[in-house]
Write a protein that binds this ligand. Structure first.
Ligand code: 5GP
Ligand code: MG
Length: 182
């Protein structure tokens, strides 16, 4: 599949995880959440913007009472590397004494989730659990407790299903790998 040029570079995209595989896996994740959070009142905290597609699929299968809030975080640094974390949008909901399910797109170095989890813990939730769509264990710098993982993937830069490359490709229904060519 040929990618659309949005930079000077030519590149193509290869499918890493098909839409069907994603759908099947997300269904299983939702079932695990329904089992583990049964009877609880939960605040789902999602990190913008990479989670939006995953989140929409995930929460539609949820059967326990839940409310949704967002946090915006972004990192300085080059496009494909995570730098210093800045909070661009803070939580609106009070999560004190609430069960919090934190949702993110990718766990990579772990710096983002390490910082976000620390920030959330200071708000004294009743419990904090984390769900990520993708885990790239090879680049881990910070050990981060994550209870729910969609897929473990190798250290490649991926796009689609909410994930971007320079804000492009979030709309792809599958997860793809960017291949750059000179
Ligand atoms: P960490 O702080 O764990 O290194 O980085 C996590 C964040 O980096 C993710 O939430 C995501 O925004 C971004 N990221 C890491 N790897 C990828 C990738 O392969 N593709 C995209 N689009 N973003 C990534
Ligand atoms: Mg992110």
């Amino acid at each position: 599949m040929k990618g659309r040029d949005h930079s000077e570079m030519t590149h193509s995209l290869e499918v890493m995880i098909s839409a069907r595989r994603i759908r099947d896996r997300v269904k299983v994740l939702t079932q695990e959440l329904n089992r583990d959070f049964q009877g609880r009142d939960v605040v789902v905290v999602a990190l913008l913007k990479g989670t939006v597609v995953f989140l929409a699929d995930l929460i539609r299968g949820i059967e326990f009472p839940m409310r949704l809030d967002f946090m915006g975080v972004s990192s300085y640094g080059s496009k494909t590397q995570s730098g210093k974390l800045i909070v661009t949008q803070d939580l609106r909901m009070d999560v004190r004494d609430r069960h919090v399910l934190l949702v993110d797109d990718i766990l990579d170095t772990g710096r983002t989730l390490h910082a976000v989890q620390r920030r959330l813990r200071r708000l004294q939730p009743a419990s904090l659990r984390t769900c990520v769509l993708l885990d790239k264990p090879e680049r881990r710098e910070k050990q981060v407790p994550v209870e729910y993982v969609g897929f473990r993937i190798p250290n490649r830069f991926v796009v689609g299903y909410g994930l971007d490359w320079d804000e492009h490709y979030r709309n792809l229904p599958h997860i793809g790998v960017v291949k750059t060519a000179a």
